[in-house]
Design a protein. Sequence first.
Length: 61
Amino acid sequence: MGKPIIIAGRFHFCRYIYCGLDRVRIRVQQTFHDCDRMKCKRMKHVFHEAKGELKKESYGI
């Protein structure tokens, strides 16, 4: 086998980033009150959007 080359595609790289962000989000939300935690859970799509693509109505301001 020698020295295998590990290849990671762009999809897999992004997937690992999103999984890491979700783990942090879940860990932080566990400290919230139940009502606030459910609001954040419903709005988790906001964390995956680019800053330039966010609209005020999408994140509740």
